[in-house]
Design a protein around this ligand. Structure first.
Ligand code: DC
Length: 203
């Protein structure tokens, strides 16, 4: 039933895309690609001294398993390399092939519904207020022993929002046909249930 069925999930940093995407993929038995990880892997290589375009063109699957891709420094570096057109172009084919796999796929990122998969069967745009997103990210980082202050985490989220939204190439914005889910006042269970209901309605 789901050959080539694609679910595009976009939204700003720490809106809950990752949790939702994993839950939707698990519910329907679809594969899941966190496209932010591609940019984080390039960002990590740049912090290690490589040039962004070379790093993006040479990216391989093992780079996505690097241990330290979820740090605030790598997140900022990812957001910076993501403004470079050649970096985005180098990562395009991999994402499109993943989206077209038989058995269904969920991709989450910033430009999935607008640029990578404009014909996705379902498009979701996940938001939450910057305060709520920073609170969630702060709790997540604290649980992992990363001791940034709340104000620093909020400033990082806002800086990334601005860069991701204002860039020329594939800026973060909802596709015209995306369904918006604001998770500010929703539990994870409520948000997952809403997302699953939207996908179910399109199958
Ligand atoms: O989803 P994330 O926070 O792991 O993404 C890290 C950065 O990568 C994000 O700030 C912008 C960039 N990114 C992008 O430009 N396009 C995507 N599809 C996914 C991520």
């Amino acid at each position: 039933m789901s050959a080539g069925f694609t679910v595009a999930i976009d939204g700003p940093a720490a809106a809950g895309k990752g949790t939702l995407s994993k839950a939707v993929a698990a519910h329907f038995g679809f594969a899941h690609l966190d496209t932010g990880l591609l940019y984080r892997a390039v960002g990590a290589k740049v912090l290690a001294g490589e040039s962004p375009i070379k790093a993006a063109r040479g990216l391989d699957a093992r780079d996505l398993e690097a241990a330290d891709l979820r740090t605030p420094a790598v997140a900022q570096s990812a957001s910076k390399v993501a403004v470079i057109a050649e970096v985005r172009a180098a990562l395009l084919d991999f994402q499109r092939s993943f989206a077209a796999r038989s058995g269904g796929a969920v991709l989450d990122g910033r430009d999935i519904g607008t640029v990578i998969c404009p014909d996705a069967h379902v498009k979701l745009f996940i938001t939450a207020s910057a305060q709520v997103r920073a609170k969630r990210r702060f709790a997540e980082l604290s649980a992992r022993g990363i001791e940034d202050s709340f104000d620093q985490v909020l400033a990082d989220v806002q800086a990334r929002d601005a860069r991701d939204r204002e860039r020329v190439e594939a800026p973060l914005k909802p596709a015209k046909d995306a369904v918006l889910i604001d998770t500010s006042d929703l539990s994870i269970e409520q948000a997952v249930a809403q997302a699953i209901a939207v996908v179910d309605a399109q199958r």
